[in-house]
Design a protein around this ligand. Structure first.
Ligand SMILES: Nc1nc2c(ncn2[C@@H]2O[C@H](COP(=O)(O)OP(=O)(O)O)[C@@H](O)[C@H]2O)c(=O)[nH]1
Ligand SMILES: [Mg+2]
Length: 341
């Protein structure tokens, strides 16, 4: 990436974050009035609703959710199957509350029980949504799973807007753009709107947000204005540790990893103390995540701890242990313990 490109990206993200903060009143501009969320009555035409991000694995759903919110609530990685559960990201402004639902990728051949549960959890978000964002990766040709998803959405379309998000447009070669976009369009009948985006660069993200907010139904504020996700601090901590595993390990290891938080408490000195167990399925995987002299585990823990400290604005002490839990991905009871079923 050239220096110019990097600075464009930073500039765009900065703009996105600035707009978000000024809109939500999180950090009022100098001279501007902060919103009084407690006394301000909701306007009569207040809008709200649930917007599901649906698509096959790795197309950028979680990245887009974070960009739409202007902050990170869902973990992201280069590897498919990163998102295992539905995650809500809540955007509250004076005139509307948009609740985005990030979902695991939908694909035809889930293996193991966990894979089936993940696909079920994504598909079940479809009937609950007021608006669907059907996210595809426009840098590659349509996949047969895109076709399957289009078929799933077809029944939903008349009463629920479907917006076709052509993501990763930054990776699309100009000479193949027309043909590619037409190939995607062929998946959907005329009911859908479409928007090309780059979730990583922030391109068209605000435009997409404006577009979909205009289609939200009238409704109340479902969550308090300061709440940005339905995940608890414990769940966020577990996800950030898992994100470290996804970032630093390869092949089957990230898929075989799960994180359980055993203890999460604030000590008197305001330090958050977290005791967590990292499950893997085999001794060999345990060796990999611990690494030589524990270096890998340290790296995974440090990455999670730094993000948590930034998010919470507090110091975090993380005790992380690795345990072998054979075939946890196939066992109902283990999935239940992890909240995955
Ligand atoms: N070039 C490019 N990469 C993207 C874009 N959106 C997401 N990605 C990358 O695609 C990968 C998968 O993203 P993720 O949000 O985890 O996909 P999900 O599985 O659909 O939730 C990550 O490496 C992201 O950084 C985009 O607009 N452009
Ligand atoms: Mg995801």
């Amino acid at each position: 990436m050239t220096e110019k490109e990097t600075s464009d990206i930073n500039q765009e993200s900065l703009e996105l974050i600035k707009t978000f903060l000024s809109e939500t009143g999180a950090t009022p501009e100098v001279g501007g009035d902060a919103l009084d969320w407690h006394t301000e009555p909701l306007p009569e035409d207040h809008r709200s609703g649930f917007i599901a991000l649906i698509g096959r694995p790795n197309v950028g759903k979680s990245t887009l959710l974070n960009a739409l919110l202007g902050q990170k609530v869902s973990i992201v990685s280069k590897k498919p199957q990163t998102t295992r559960q539905r995650v809500q990201g809540i955007l509250t402004l004076p005139t509307y509350q948009a609740i985005f639902i990030d979902t695991p990728g939908i694909h035809a051949r889930p293996h193991l029980r966990i894979g089936e549960r993940m696909v079920e959890s994504a598909v079940s978000a479809i009937p609950e949504a007021d608006i669907i964002l059907f996210v595809v990766d426009v840098s590659v040709a349509p996949h047969e799973d895109d076709q399957r998803i289009a078929a799933l959405l077809a029944g939903k379309a008349p009463e629920c807007p479907v917006i076709f998000v052509l993501n990763k447009m930054d990776q699309l070669q100009l000479e193949e753009a027309e043909e590619r976009i037409e190939a995607y369009w062929a998946l959907l009948p005329s009911y859908a709107d479409s928007m090309p985006t780059s979730a990583t660069r922030g391109t068209n993200v605000l435009k997409l947000r404006e577009h979909l907010v205009a289609q939200l139904p009238l409704g109340p504020r479902y969550y308090p204005h300061h709440q940005v996700t339905d995940q608890t601090d414990r769940q966020i901590a577990a996800e950030l540790i898992r994100e470290g595993v996804l970032r630093y390990t390869h092949q089957e290891v990230p898929h075989a990893a799960a994180v359980l938080i055993n203890e999460y408490e604030e000590h008197e000195n305001h330090v958050i103390y977290i005791d967590a167990t990292l499950w893997v399925e085999r001794e060999s995987q345990k060796g990999i995540v611990i690494g030589k002299q524990g270096q890998m585990l340290k790296k995974i823990g440090a990455a999670a701890r730094q993000q948590l400290e930034r998010m919470l604005g507090q110091r975090v002490y993380l005790d992380l242990y690795v345990k072998v839990r054979t075939k946890w991905r196939e066992r109902e009871q283990d999935l239940r313990e992890l909240g995955l079923t």
